[in-house]
Design a protein around this ligand. Structure first.
Ligand code: 5GP
Length: 182
């Protein structure tokens, strides 16, 4: 692996869109595919967006020490497979992890040379309306996500870089500037 970039952002902040656009412009970067116990959203595919595991399967992976890091987020489990990251390391690839802030700080402890980037919403009100605009989750799930946002913003103070996502194009350009300077 050349460099490991870890990107986090509050739910609904549009980090997925920013990363997707970055990868279109920079196909030499790979995006890690995480495992999760959450239900598939419409249009998501196993092995593309995530590896969708049952809670039992996820537990087995923890017991077998297969995760580099894992975290509980909004009542579901998410984890990055150690083997995937190690293979990229061996192949000399640039790798991006899109994970929550807790997971990102754990990766930084294990791999201090990794670069942590936080994508922040222009405002909390804007973020709430984006979350609701997705129409993919129940009110209860939305409330849970909003509650975790405060913690994420707190954790993000320990990140190497912050990008405000006011427009996708600007955010992608900022991301390019950070990543290409490394
Ligand atoms: P979503 O359910 O919206 O796809 O993701 C919810 C949160 O889980 C996001 O903040 C996302 O970055 C995070 N996440 C996704 N994969 C992983 C992972 O492998 N590890 C950790 N710690 N967080 C993850």
């Amino acid at each position: 692996m050349k460099r490991l970039f870890v990107i986090s952002g509050s739910s609904g902040v549009g980090k997925g869109t920013v990363i997707k656009e970055f990868l279109k412009r920079h196909p030499e970067f790979r995006l890690s595919i995480s495992c999760t116990t959450r239900k598939k959203r419409e249009g998501e595919l196993h092995g593309v967006n995530y590896f969708f595991l049952t809670p039992e399967e996820f537990k087995k992976c923890i017991e077998n020490n297969e995760f580099l890091e894992w975290a509980e987020f909004s009542g579901n489990h998410y984890g990055t497979k150690r083997e995937f990251v190690e293979n990229c390391l061996k192949n000399g690839e640039n790798l991006i992890l899109e994970i929550d802030t807790k997971g990102a700080l754990n990766v930084k402890k294990l791999m201090p040379e990794s670069v942590l980037i936080f994508i922040a919403p222009p405002s909390l009100e804007e973020l709430e309306s984006r979350l609701r605009g997705r129409h993919t989750e129940t009110e209860e799930a939305i409330q849970k996500r909003l509650a975790s946002i405060k913690l994420e913003l707190e954790n993000s103070k320990q990140f190497d870089y912050q990008i405000i996502n006011d427009t996708v194009d600007k955010a992608v350009k900022n991301l390019e500037t950070i990543i290409c300077s490394k």
